[in-house]
Design a protein around this ligand. Structure first.
Ligand code: CU
Length: 456
C-alpha cells in the first residue's frame, strides 16, 4: 500500500471480478502510463533503426485472479513508442516469436506498397522469421502499428504500438501525452476468451476493462493552468471512445494526417477504432479538485447508445500555484484542398447472412472476392462510400490521406461512415501498388469488409 487513503478508494472503484479479497491496487499515474521509448540502434541523427520482437508475455490486468498471456512487442502493451522526424530513414526489424504468422502494418504512413505490412503483398512473417520494414516518413503526426493478419485476434491480444513523427513546427505545450486507448475482454481468471458470440461479432469485440497505455483507470495529476497536448489513438477492436473531460472543452488541433488549419473546440471527442486526434486544453479548476474523464455512450447501431457512461480516468488538479497566461493555438498552416470530382468510385458497405454466417460486405462481396478498384497513378479520385447497413463502420484507407467533402479541411485515413449515409472521400493516388481499404472494426474486416485499390 503506497498512497494511504487513495489506494482504498481505487481498490473499491476497480472492484473484483470474482469477489475474492486481495491486495488493494494502487491507481496508475503518469509514470505508469509512460510508453517505453524504442531504442534507436543507429547513432546517425537522421536515421532510426529499431528492433521489435512480437512475443507472448504475461501481463496482470486489474480485478483478475491471475496473469493474462498477452502478445506484445518487446514485452510491453502497448509496444515501444517509435519516434522519428519527417525525412528520417526509418528501419524496423520485426522478429516473430509468436506461435503463428504475423505482419506489421504502419497505420497512416505514406510508404512504399511493399512496406505496408499486408500479408498478400509482403508474405507473412513466419514464426522464428524476421522482416525488415524501411520507410521515410513524409508527414508529421501520430501513427500506430499493428498486425494485418488475424488482426481481430492479434491486436486484441496486445500487439499494437504508437509511432510519432515530429515536424519542424510543432505547437508548444507545458505537457504532451501520447495516449493509446484500448479495451480488453478479460475473464476473472485472467484468460482472454477465444470465441466471440454474435453480439461481439456484430459490433466488434468490446472489452470489460478500459485501458489507457495499457493501464486501467489512471489518476492523472495536472498543474492548474497547464497547456496540455494530448495525442490520442483508438487501438480497440470494436469500441468507439466518446470522451468528455468534466468542465473542459477540447480544442482539436490535428487529425490522422497532421495539424488542422482551423482548430475547433468540442465538448465530446468521438474516436473510432484506428482514428487519431490531437487535442489541447488548459487545465482549469480548484486546487486539489478531481475531474472525471468519461467515456460516454454513443449510438453506433444496435442499441449501443444505451450503454452506461464509463470512467476512463480521473484528472486531479495539483494544489501548486496555477500556471498563468497560457493560450490555445488558433490556426496552423493551410493545407491543400483537393479538387472535387475527377471520377467517382462506388464503395457500398453492408452486412448480410451467407450460409447462416454473419458477414460484412463491400459492393455485395466479401474479401478476397471484392473486385479491386482501378486507379491510374497520380489521379485524384473520389470514393463514394455508401453505408447501407444499420450501424457505423470506421472506414480506413491504406497508403493515402483523404479529405471528406463537405467537411472542414483535414487529412484523414480513417473516418466514421455513419449508418444509412453516404460520403465522398477525395485522395491523390500518387504511390503505385495494391492498397487495402477496410472497416477498422477488426471483426468486420476479418469477416469480409476489406477491399483493394490498384494504383498503377
Ligand atoms: Cu465495420
Amino acid at each position: 500500500m503506497r498512497r494511504g487513503g487513495a489506494v482504498l478508494v481505487a481498490a473499491a472503484a476497480l472492484g473484483c471480478a470474482d469477489g475474492e479479497e486481495r491486495q488493494p491496487e494502487r491507481r496508475p499515474t503518469w509514470d505508469d502510463l509512460a510508453l517505453t521509448p524504442a531504442l534507436d540502434l543507429d547513432p546517425a541523427p537522421s536515421s532510426v533503426l529499431i528492433g521489435l520482437e512480437a512475443r507472448p508475455t504475461a501481463k496482470r490486468y486489474p480485478g483478475t485472479r491471475g496473469a493474462t498471456e498477452v502478445w506484445s512487442y518487446d514485452g510491453t502493451v502497448p509496444g515501444p513508442l517509435i519516434e522519428a522526424k519527417v525525412g528520417d530513414a526509418v528501419t524496423v526489424r520485426v522478429t516473430n516469436s509468436l506461435p503463428e504468422p504475423t505482419t506489421v502494418h504502419w497505420h497512416g504512413m505514406r510508404l512504399p506498397n511493399a512496406m505496408d505490412g499486408v500479408p498478400h503483398i509482403q508474405g507473412p512473417i513466419e514464426p522464428g522469421q524476421s522482416f525488415e520494414y524501411a520507410f521515410t516518413p513524409k508527414d508529421a503526426g501520430l501513427f500506430w502499428f499493428h498486425p494485418h493478419l488475424r488482426s481481430d485476434v492479434q491486436v486484441e491480444k496486445g500487439l499494437y504500438g504508437a509511432l510519432v513523427v515530429r515536424g519542424a513546427d510543432e505547437p508548444t505545450s507545458d505537457h504532451e501525452a501520447i495516449l493509446v486507448l484500448d479495451d480488453v475482454r478479460v475473464n476473472a481468471d485472467g484468460s482472454l476468451p477465444e470465441y466471440l458470440d454474435d453480439q461481439q461479432l456484430m459490433l466488434g469485440r468490446h472489452g470489460n476493462t478500459l485501458l489507457i497505455n495499457g493501464q486501467h483507470r489512471p489518476e492523472l495529476a495536472l498543474r492548474r493552468g497547464s497547456l496540455e497536448r494530448w495525442r490520442l489513438v483508438n487501438a480497440a477492436n470494436g469500441r468507439f471512445f466518446n470522451l468528455r473531460l468534466a468542465g473542459h472543452s477540447l480544442r482539436i488541433i490535428g487529425t490522422d494526417g497532421g495539424l488542422l488549419p482551423k482548430p475547433r473546440d468540442v465538448d465530446q471527442l468521438l474516436i473510432a477504432p484506428g482514428e487519431r486526434y490531437d487535442v489541447m486544453f488548459i487545465a482549469s479548476g480548484e486546487a486539489g479538485e478531481s475531474l472525471t474523464l468519461w467515456n460516454d455512450p454513443y449510438e453506433r447501431g444496435h442499441g449501443s447508445g444505451d450503454d452506461e457512461p464509463m470512467v476512463l480516468a480521473t484528472v486531479r488538479l495539483k494544489s501548486a500555484a496555477a500556471l498563468e497566461g497560457r493560450e490555445l493555438p488558433i490556426a496552423f498552416p493551410q493545407i491543400e484542398a483537393l479538387p472535387a470530382g475527377g471520377g467517382d468510385l462506388p464503395v457500398e458497405l453492408d452486412e448480410a447472412f451467407q450460409g447462416g454466417d454473419l458477414v460484412f460486405t463491400i459492393n455485395g462481396k466479401t474479401w478476397p472476392d471484392v473486385p479491386p478498384l482501378m486507379i491510374a497513378k497520380g489521379g485524384v479520385k473520389t470514393l463514394v462510400v455508401s453505408n447501407v447497413s444499420d450501424m457505423d463502420h470506421p472506414f480506413h484507407l491504406h497508403g493515402f490521406f483523404f479529405q471528406v467533402q463537405g467537411h472542414p479541411l483535414a487529412w484523414k485515413d480513417t473516418v466514421i461512415a455513419r449508418a444509412q449515409s453516404t460520403m465522398s472521400l477525395v485522395a491523390r493516388y500518387d504511390e503505385p501498388g495494391h492498397w487495402m481499404y477496410h472497416c477498422h472494426v477488426l471483426e468486420h474486416a476479418e469477416h469480409g469488409m476489406m477491399g483493394e485499390i490498384h494504383v498503377e
